[in-house]
Design a protein around this ligand. Structure first.
Ligand SMILES: NC(=O)c1ccc[n+]([C@@H]2O[C@H](COP(=O)([O-])OP(=O)(O)OC[C@H]3O[C@@H](n4cnc5c(N)ncnc54)[C@H](OP(=O)(O)O)[C@@H]3O)[C@@H](O)[C@H]2O)c1
Length: 322
């Protein structure tokens, strides 16, 4: 079948190991099923995979892609939850130490078909296209859990979103506004700061700029480049929720004094549960909120999408259609 896969790793030139070609159909274990992929979305995770982060060399070649929306074996329109847990695990599947994401241990979604556990299927609402639905399982689910589960935010509170242009960041801005929060965003790029206002931010600022007032919460995916600004932007007792470190994991200073003296909370967040994915779908269905798609490309042109993400030339999600 047609597939986009990683053949080798390179830290400096991740696209050198990317192949657009043919792979065998995925194996379908007991209690798994096959989904015909109609659309999938690109995540920074796919670039990390090409750098050898989170993916072991002995598992190459590996079909990339965590996100998919498509048709299941019974003809239903579905989304695929990307977190693959251990069948024996009970409770929050993001806390399962044996969990993986599609494309880490099991073949991913950039293909004609993907095999997944039946329990990972979530119905697609008619209000979302396949392309829109494909944005939800990784970036949008991560944003939902950061704001409303790990961050525990309530309508009327304030939030700062760092790095406005990213897939997770645009989801954070949109979901925060739809949930009744006061939303600030930062970006290095003037055009992205303007677009942040269009998707729901009340105000946007240059990366590192002083805010007009301190916020209840900061949503971090940028990491080292924005960490100190995130801590300085919080009111006493505020919370920073972190799900990524695109610019690196080691800030110049961790500012431990600030954290204890102002009683700040630092909370990690990773993906979300299948139940939360269902709630996110209902949230979008009820509010009419739609994922922001930067561009839709035929999957055969996936390399162009990877190159745009690698260059940081993205605002919203890059979607691949079949
Ligand atoms: N833990 C999880 O479950 C989970 C899930 C999804 C994503 N993630 C992680 O979250 C991060 C974002 O993912 P994504 O898919 O949204 O990636 P993306 O679409 O490539 O977004 C990255 C954003 O980070 C900002 N950025 C990058 N380098 C920066 C720097 N040096 N200084 C300031 N801002 C910088 C940019 O914002 P501006 O250009 O606007 O400044 C860019 O738009 C990745 O590291 C990813 O691995 C984690």
């Amino acid at each position: 079948m047609f597939a986009v896969y990683a053949e080798s790793f390179s830290t400096d030139d991740p696209l050198s190991g990317l192949v657009v070609g043919e792979r065998p159909d995925p194996e379908v274990p007991d209690d798994w099923t096959t989904v015909e992929v109609k659309a999938s979305a690109l995540n920074h995770h796919d670039l990390w995979s090409l750098r050898g982060v989170g993916l072991r060399e002995e598992l190459l070649p590996m079909i990339l892609g965590c996100d998919a929306a498509g048709i299941d074996a019974d003809g239903n329109e579905v989304l695929v939850h990307a977190v693959i847990g251990d069948p024996a695990w009970r409770g929050d599947e993001t806390e399962d130490p044996r969990r993986s994401l599609l494309s880490e241990r099991f073949q991913g979604t950039f293909a004609d078909r993907v095999a997944v556990p039946r329990s990972n299927l979530v119905p697609k609402p008619a209000s979302l296209s396949f392309e829109e639905a494909a944005c939800l399982p990784t970036a949008w689910l991560t944003a939902y859990r950061m704001l409303y589960v790990q961050g525990g935010l309530k309508p009327g509170q304030s939030v700062l979103v760092q790095g406005a242009g990213g897939g997770v960041a645009t989801a954070l801005i949109t979901l925060a506004r739809a949930g009744g929060l006061q939303v600030f965003a930062t970006s290095r790029d003037e055009a992205k700061r303007a677009r942040a206002l269009e998707v729901g931010a009340h105000a946007s600022f240059e990366t590192g700029a002083r805010l007009p007032e301190r916020v209840d919460a900061v949503m971090e995916t940028v990491g080292a480049a924005t960490w100190n600004h995130s801590l300085r932007s919080l009111r006493p007792g505020g919370v920073v929720v972190i799900s990524g470190a695109t610019s690196g994991p080691n800030p110049d200073s961790t500012e431990l004094n600030r954290i204890f003296f102002l009683q700040l909370r630092v909370i990690g967040s990773t993906m979300g549960t299948s139940t939360e994915l269902g709630r996110l779908v209902s949230f979008l269905d009820a509010t009419g909120t739609k994922p922001l798609i930067d561009r839709t490309l035929p999957m055969s042109e996936a390399r162009d999408g990877f190159a745009a993400m690698h260059a940081g030339e993205v605002f919203g999600k890059i979607v691949f259609s079949r």
